[in-house]
Design a protein around this ligand. Structure first.
Ligand code: CAA
Length: 264
C-alpha cells in the first residue's frame, strides 16, 4: 500500500493524487518510488486517460523535498536528479494522455512534474515557478529542458534565472496552462470532463497521436512526418477504425452519437 500516492479509477479514467499534504506534497524519494510503482501498475487495457493532482487545497506539489536534498553530495544530487527524471519521463511517455490538474503551488519539481503531463489546467489559486536558483541549485527534474520547450526559451530563461513565481493568469498567458478554473471543485470537474472526452475517443488513435506528437518533437520535420505516417497507418485495420469510419458512413438513421470504441 502506498503511503503518499492515492490511485482511483472511474471507468476508463484514473486519478493519481500525490498525498503528502503536511509537506505540501513535496517529492521525497519515497513519493517518487511510489509514483513510479503506481505508473507501472496502471491497467492500460482499461485506462484511457489519467488525471494527476495534489491532495489538499493548498498545493499541487511544492517541489522536491528540500530537507532530503539539503545534505546530498554532488554524486547523490546527480542520482536524485536522475531518479526524478526517470519517473517523470515514464509519466511523459505513458501510452495514454495525462492531465495535470494543478491546485495551488506547482513550484520546482511541482512545475516540472506538471510539464511532464500532456495537458495542464489549474485553479485560480495556482502558482507556478522554478525557485531553484534561490536555493543554490538548478531545476533538476527536467525544468531546464521542458520549460523552454513549453513556453519558449526567452520566457523560460527569465523565469528560471529570476526564480520568480507566477500566478495562474500569467501561466495561462504564457501558455504554461491551457485553462484556469475558479475553484478546485471546478478544476477537478473540468479535468474529469476533459478526461472522459478523451477516453471516449478511439483509444489506439489517441495513443498514437500522443506518440506521434512526443516523438515528432524530438526530430526534424521530415523524420517527424515519417513517424506520423507509421502511426497513422497503424490505426488502419483496427476494429476502432472500422467502427469509427463505419459509423460516419452509415445511413443517418443507423448513425450512433457515440461510437463504443473497444481499444482493439
Ligand atoms: N520540501 C520540503 N518541505 C516542504 C517543501 C519542500 N519543497 N515545501 C513545503 N514544505 C513543507 C514546509 O517545510 C512546512 O513543513 P512544516 O509544517 O513541517 O514546517 C510545510 O510544508 C508547509 O509549508 P510552509 O509552512 O512553508 O507553507 P507556506 O504556506 O508558508 O508557504 C510555500 C508555502 C511558499 C510553497 C513554501 O512552503 C515554499 O516556499 N516551499 C518550497 C518551494 C520550493 O522552493 N520548491 C522548489 C524545491 S527545489 C526543487 O524542486 C528541485 C528540483 O527541481 C528537483
Amino acid at each position: 500500500m502506498a503511503e503518499f500516492i492515492l490511485y482511483e479509477t472511474d471507468g476508463a479514467v484514473a486519478t493519481i493524487t500525490i498525498n503528502r499534504p503536511k509537506a505540501l506534497n513535496a517529492l521525497n524519494s519515497q513519493v517518487l518510488d511510489e509514483l513510479d510503482a503506481t505508473l507501472d501498475a496502471i491497467d492500460l487495457d482499461t485506462i484511457r486517460c489519467v488525471i494527476l493532482t495534489g491532495a489538499g487545497e493548498k498545493s499541487f506539489v511544492a517541489g522536491a523535498d528540500i530537507g532530503e536534498m539539503s545534505t546530498l553530495t554532488k554524486a547523490e544530487g546527480e542520482a536524485f536528479g536522475k531518479k526524478g527524471n526517470d519517473v517523470f519521463r515514464k509519466l511523459e511517455t505513458l501510452p495514454v494522455p495525462v492531465i495535470a490538474a494543478v491546485n495551488g503551488f506547482a513550484l520546482g519539481g511541482g512545475c516540472e512534474i506538471s510539464m511532464s503531463c500532456d495537458i495542464r489546467i489549474c485553479s485560480a489559486n495556482a502558482m507556478f515557478g522554478q525557485p531553484e536558483v534561490g536555493l543554490g541549485i538548478t531545476p533538476g527534474f527536467g525544468g531546464t529542458q521542458r520549460l523552454a520547450r513549453t513556453v519558449g526559451v526567452g520566457i523560460a530563461k527569465q523565469l528560471i534565472y529570476s526564480a520568480r513565481n507566477i500566478k495562474a493568469e500569467e501561466a495561462y498567458r504564457i501558455g504554461l496552462v491551457n485553462a484556469v478554473h475558479e475553484t478546485q471543485e471546478d478544476l477537478m470537474a473540468a479535468a474529469k470532463k476533459l478526461a472522459q472526452t478523451i477516453a471516449a475517443n478511439a483509444p489506439i488513435a489517441v495513443r498514437n497521436c500522443k506518440k506521434a506528437i512526443n516523438d515528432g518533437l524530438q526530430v526534424d520535420i521530415d523524420e517527424g512526418l515519417v513517424i506520423e505516417e507509421k502511426l497513422f497507418g497503424a490505426c488502419f485495420e483496427t476494429e476502432d477504425q472500422k467502427a469509427g469510419m463505419g459509423n460516419f458512413l452509415a445511413p443517418k438513421e443507423e448513425k450512433k452519437k457515440v461510437v463504443d470504441f473497444q481499444n482493439k
